[in-house]
Design a protein around this ligand. Sequence first.
Ligand code: OXD
Ligand code: MN
Length: 622
Amino acid sequence: MMGNPKIENTEVVHGNPQELPKKVLAFVSEIAQLCQPDKIWLCDGSEDENKDFTRLMLEENLVINLPKYENCVLARTNPQDVARMESKTYICTEEKREAIPEPKPGVKGTLGNWMSLKQLDEEIKSRFPGCMKGRTLYLLPFSMGPIGSPISHVGIQASDSVYVAASMRIMTRMGKNVYKVLGDKDFVKCIHSVGVPLPAQKPIINNWPCDPEKTMVAHKTKTNEIWSYGSGYGGNSLLGKKCFSLRIGSAIARREGWLAEHMLIVGITNPQGVKKYIVGAFPSQCGKTNLAMLTSPIPGYKIECVGDDIAWMRFDENGVLRAINPEFGFFGVCPGTNHHTNPVAMDMIFKNTIFTNVAKTSDGGVFWEGLEKELKTHVSITSWTGEKHWTRDSGKPAAHPNARFCTPLVNCPILDPHWNSPEGVPISAILFGGRRPEGIPLIYETRSWKHGVYAGASVSSEATSAAEYKGHKVMHDPFSARPFLSYNAGKYIEHWLQMEKDYRKMPKIFHVNWFRKNKEGHYLWPGFGENIRVLDWIMRRCDNEPIAVESPIGLLPKEGSINLEGLPDPINWEELFELPEDFWKREMNDIETYFNQQIGDDLPPAIREEIENQKKRLGISK
Ligand code: OXD
Ligand code: MN
């Protein structure tokens, strides 16, 4: 009797090894030999396979069904595995300086963690041999970006988590058609293990295998490899996202002369029928997803979403910057998402979605902070940690602050018609911004590409629960990419500066801050849908309408040039745009100190010039 085929003596329970390109077969053979899984599942991306994933997740008690919705499940993780582990994320290169700048003596570097290639080999040897024992190795072929687009890249992930396989199917173009475009070419090698071979040595909490003590997310940027161990959570384990599209992606982009950025992509059509695409870089949890699918309260505007997290951008032969969203799904933060903040998301996430770490309602639905007004009165809530009959008095949140929905892009009712175009969409403006309670105006336009790069490099924002931070400390986050940098931050800034060429139509660069507060601690701007008013101003500035006035930090809107008609509450224009002298003294000093301490000699001189010029304009002398 013919049995299943084998790879390295391991039974292949799904798919045909003969269909694999040679290099892929060599890769899976090598990983199977190292990790010793019980079985190998060659993923094909089909609908039937997806049903199998759901069945297996349910059988392993990794998820529960949410009968209130269409094909949705809920995973609750080990409470120690809830966020990206920045402190355990490494860039591995021969020389340390390739990966991170040398901080000033006595200063702790915050622009990434380096590990030598030799050390990585040791770390791999102490983790991966036999790490998939008793488990199935899922081999996931995927394309970041439309399959076959000149901007796209292929990765192959080996993972021992079916939750990861199911999530990667949502987040990437995963399936065996990838092999057709791959042929003999190289691919990004992604190796992921939850780090709990069976039988497990310790109890598995919440049926969520992970090994927080030994978690490591390592990137070999020269050879395009990712080695992730010990975590099953999103950014640590769905390797197409942060690890590939941002860290490996930006290393490739540097070599090839393009940009891989932590940015949303959105198309806006104004009431006159003019459409422009804008990209925006914001740190995690600053409302990127909300902005990417904003609902305008002012009639006549049409918003269309291309992506909410990552943009790959290249200048084309006509000098136009074009962007694709390399992803295929949304991995959005649930708490705070509701019909007021993001009605579009509320329209798309209740079908074919994997929720993680949200609370569950007794009628088979989900709940998180921000949905209070939408909750049916007769239901009871079980919190993400399993606390039954949860109420607000419990003192702990119902959902983890970094709880997520993982939803296919195609669910989005306002998906842009060009979301899948291989050539990408033309970009008119680039936005930077952060969560800044003090001093930073609602919007300013930078004076030039160079000044814009300086503004991007000096972004700061309050800390996020998307990583392992506590509290609301304002942190520097250059280009909102600090957790995703894969080479020396000084060189990253240099790469941005080098994008500017005479024959290129450089997009204008703006800085926005939806989060400024007054002295009483109240937000000065309503945000969410009302941000269309700011986007409208940006679009008009892209056409050089004379609606801006010079200020020391860039161009501010002329008073009254942002449409404020019909806002629910009056706006204090002066407070929104004022540039307090003492704040800006502190800010400039802080930025300069940060660059000196963290980037030192690797800071491009052009950025020093921008600092000096801005200080002069502000009247700050040494
Ligand atoms: C994300 C993040 O998950 O930035 O998008 O943390
Ligand atoms: Mn992000």
